[in-house]
Design a protein around this ligand. Structure first.
Ligand code: SF4
Ligand code: SF4
Length: 310
């Protein structure tokens, strides 16, 4: 088979590959829910209003901070570690447990609750409230709102919407105070974190959409891929070592100024980690291989193909 035939055969194989479904992910949803049907099935827009007020005088004060199921985003981990003056690896060891995002089949970190079987108080709960309030995780900021991110297969852009989580024990819904969704999000400071975590959300969404056929191109992520995903999305120091102490910089085209920034800028590293994972997992053009590496990879693919057909 000549090169042109090989390329045509590859295109043909591409066209026969199954398509993923619409991409939808409940990002911060009923994660703290313990009642059976806590979610109002209404899509809330930015100017929709809802009644809610949480304050120390409520009879349920701190109930929601016990046995809570809190997924930690990459930026949550970084911010909390900074607030506690430790590095992410130490934060993970002290305050997190690994878990599997079952729909995306990728590992994530959750906040480790105290007590038997994680039913006890959050390690940051005090009688006066949350002792990491300024840097609390995104799930805690959104509550009682949930966030869904979705992209219909034929739509050009992703769309976010919120919904209301209404748990039986939470008396915050009873008060008269009303606010719009936009005001709530501004007051709780949700959007700065969302901007940093967007790539991580996109990856979970995309993997979830592929899950019905086993994973991207029908292939589930290998244990090695899962391990790399966890490292790159939870521990910036480990990812920094991966960038600077392996052949990463020999393989990828990165601007020298950007490389310099990566030495000390944790947010820049988080952004690179998400771009790199999108490239590795879905072949997205978020980061470019160096020309020589690319040529070598193409030549190897052709050799492998020829050997397979020989
Ligand atoms: S981090 Fe703060 S708000 Fe979130 S569960 Fe723990 S104590 Fe509650
Ligand atoms: S009102 Fe709701 S959010 Fe506030 S302490 Fe009570 S359960 Fe938690």
């Amino acid at each position: 088979m000549n090169t042109e035939d090989e390329e045509l055969a590859e295109l043909d194989r591409e066209s026969q590959r199954p398509e993923p479904k619409d991409e939808t992910l409940s990002v911060f949803d009923a994660l703290r829910a313990r009642s059976a049907h806590p979610v109002d099935p209404v899509r809330l827009k930015a100017d929709d209003r809802f009644a809610f007020r949480c304050h120390k005088g409520v009879a349920c004060w701190n109930v929601c901070c016990q046995g809570a199921d809190i997924t930690l985003t990459p930026y949550d981990i970084l911010r909390l570690a900074r607030h506690l003056a430790i590095r992410p690896a130490e934060f993970l060891a002290l305050y997190a447990i690994p878990a599997l995002h079952d729909r995306a089949n990728l590992p994530i970190a959750k906040l480790r609750m105290g007590g038997a079987e994680g039913k006890g108080p959050c390690p940051f709960m005090t009688d006066a409230g949350c002792k990491v309030y300024a840097e609390r995780p995104a799930t805690c900021r959104y509550y009682p709102l949930g966030l869904v991110s979705m992209k219909m297969k034929d739509a050009e852009k992703k769309e976010d919407f919120n919904f209301l989580v209404r748990e039986d024990h939470c008396q915050g819904h009873a008060g008269p105070r009303q606010q719009t969704v936009a005001d709530w999000r501004a007051e709780q400071g949700t959007d700065a974190g969302l901007a940093v975590d967007r790539g991580w959300i996109d990856i979970l969404m995309k993997m979830t959409s592929w899950s019905s056929i086993g994973g991207p191109m029908g292939k589930a992520p290998s244990p090695k891929t899962q391990k790399m995903f966890f490292m790159a999305t939870t521990d910036v120091d480990a990812f920094r070592r991966f960038v600077f102490e392996t052949r990463f910089l020999d393989s990828y085209e990165l601007d020298p100024a950007a490389v310099e920034r990566l030495k000390a800028d944790d947010e820049a590293l988080l952004a690179l980690a998400q771009d790199w994972l999108k490239n590795v997992l879905f072949n997205e053009p978020t980061i470019a291989l160096k020309e020589a590496v690319l040529k070598g990879a193409i030549a190897k693919a052709h050799r492998d193909l020829a050997a397979g057909e020989g």
